[in-house]
Design a protein around this ligand. Sequence first.
Ligand code: LLP
Length: 870
Amino acid sequence: MTPPISAPLPPDAPWIVMKFGGTSVATLPRWQNICELVASRRAEGARVLVVVSALTGITDALKQLCGEGEQDKRKAAAGAIAQRHYDLLEHMQLALPDTLGSRLSDLAALAADGPAPRGELAWQAQVQAHGELMSSALGAAFLSHSGLPTQWLDARECLAAVALPNQNERTRLLSAMVEAKPDPALNARLAALGEVFITQGFIARETHGRTVLLGRGGSDTSAAYFGALLKAQRVEIWTDVAGMFTANPRQVPGARLLQRLDYEEAQEIASTGAKVLHPRCLSPLREPRVPLLIKDTNRPELDGTVIGPEVRAHAPSVKAISARKGITLVSMESVGMWQQVGFLADVFAHFKTHGLSVDLIGSAETNVTVSLDPTENLLDSDAIAALASDLAKVCRVKVIAPCAAITLVGRGMRSLLHTLSGVLAEFGQLRVHLISQSSNNLNLTFVVDEEVVDALLPHLHDLLIGAGALRTDDSVLFGPSWQMLYGGGDIVPAVPAWWRVAQRPRLLELAAAATPRYVYHLPTVRQQAHELKSLAAVDRLHYAVKANTHPAILRTLAAEGFAFECVSPGELEAVSAVVPASVPLLFTPNFAPRRDYVRALATRASVTLDALHPLQHWGELFRGREIVLRVDLGRGLGHHEKVRTGGSASKFGLPLDQLPTFLQLADAHGVAVRGLHAHLGSGVLDVAHWGEVYAQLASLAERIASVVFLNIGGGLGVPAHPGEASLGIAALDRALREVKAAYPQYQLWMEPGRYLVADAGVLLTRVTQLKDKGGFRYLGVDTGMNSLIRPALYDAWHKIVNLSRLGEPATALYQVVGPICESGDVLGTDRRLPEAAEGDVILIAQAGAYGKVMSSHYNLRDEADEVIID
Ligand code: LLP
């Protein structure tokens, strides 16, 4: 496509630097794409400087050429490299441009000469520089031919490497640094030459005029240097992913795109694991305050990540969690260390001697432990052994490896500590070797055994979101998840919630009549029920009524064919009062008094036991009965530690080591165990979980001849935060069908609560008072933790909307609080909402599950009433 011709630019037009990597310059379609992108930037009124890498594979081919001892082989290698460029030219239907022609003959001469005339390292640098020299020459020809006159610029004329005191010849030539300060003269010189330029990444010149390489991350760094020299409007790094994410998407598919970062945060994230950007390329941009934008070449419509000086105030948030593996810890113990002057100096001298750079440090009176990062050090066992033997002269040494460093990154980490209790609890169950908090208050690092990391990271990421530490509700900072952008998996459908459009007038009317009130939307309950009924692997679905016992909801689900799970005589009565007598019931109490079992046994409900006590002490009650046994599979799951109902620290389920005793007691009382049950917790979004539970229960059941069904519990999560992926019901079905095929002899039962009703309910409340205090803006509403305790109890996040001002710009940052005399009476922290006024109707979403049922009369405030919409 030929780009439209625009009017000439004024001399002071701003610059945009665009960098494209090896895969982005390797084919004709990619160059056509570059041409369009460059033309669009030019059309914005900017001068454009394109910085390119070598065609993919060429840098490696050049390195290989450098390793060849024989001239013939070097020449053949240079010939093959030239051919790659001829092939692309042919594809572009272009004649060989002079700039490329002379590069190719230079390369041929260098290959023929070999290293001798220039010296090995200088020759290598010169040979390798040809990758970029050739790709840029080819690009200049293509862009010009496509109607975008493009000047070829030799980067070595602009980027001058600085000599640093600790550099040797190798680093000076192959891993050089440039000090790039805004250079108005260069700016003016180029402006006089043209509007679109193309140059090379990765290369510069040193004081004697020799070609040098910039080392790892070279092309990105070049783009940053040019951005600084030209004081560009921005630098754009075009790559194959939309930007930086809250975690490595390969480990955490739910990781969210980070749309805005400041330089320091981005640097920290890049240094602690993210590969998309080399940490080195940010420092040149910091002082001239040139923003850097990361964009996906294949998906230019995505916003990408903008890194710049942060001007807009945001609530402090963890921005990312990363894990670096291959960490070695060296723990040094000295009984005499306390106040022993010079001990640390002695110890560190040994690290220096062995050329090892220390990353994290933890110290106690008699111990100092440090970590060595493999990206900074050549950590082979010999180097470590040599260090350890030297250190052994001054202290007792222990080497701990392989470890991994898990780092939480975010500005103002210290002010976030109170939100990290769930994460800290998780670490409490592991061996944590070292904790370190960076002195710039940007990171908090935990060093643990390497093997635990892969399983731990997705879980920690979920916990951080759940606890509101990773504020993914701030849609300015956090974009969609990787899964949503690239995963092709099940994602939250972009269907607006039922209350948003058509129901708004109705809800405003209902709120005008009375607040606070819960409103339930039965069509949403039915829709969720239909989703679950599509689970072909499931033989019987129960609704866990504890989530919401409104009679209309019970009736709706009975009509949908659901059975019911109850945990108290009260729930059994509520259900029995409204559903037909033919509908099956489950009674799954925990630490219930004897009388509850007496009552339940008088109904049709199947009774579940989860301890030895009932059979040991009330065996006669169960004689000749069929029961269900709830076991503890040794682990819990869920959106908050308080909703995890498995594992040794939870009160639920029979521990497996008591199973033989339980079965003996059952036998002794003529009790038949018909079903096994496990429910590990609430708010689980990992589809694999239920299949695992089924498989575990099935293998236990094979030892108990009387078992005919396996109840794998509820806990199906509903994403709370925008952009979070929902549970893929089709994927869940696939997983269940797979395990069921392995154990087809058992019926599969489930008992979800939240999934059916959460999205069907909202809580309507009204603004009472507004207050500015201590830098915070409080928005008071007429109910709080008495109506909805989930935010106070689990740090649960509920979307909060000013229904009276839907669509108005969200310019205020509010703490949404209720009228209860508790400082925990907070419904939402740091919410971006329109400026509010007394009387506005506030809607709290996703309140259909565990809302009204957990409410109280606390402070003798009126309870919210309940209204049904059908
Ligand atoms: N089965 C058993 C044995 C349960 O204990 C529960 C919930 C369920 C099923 C249903 O779990 P669901 O599908 O609703 O996640 N109040 C907390 C949730 C506590 C759940 C207690 N047991 C919350 O608001 O998040």
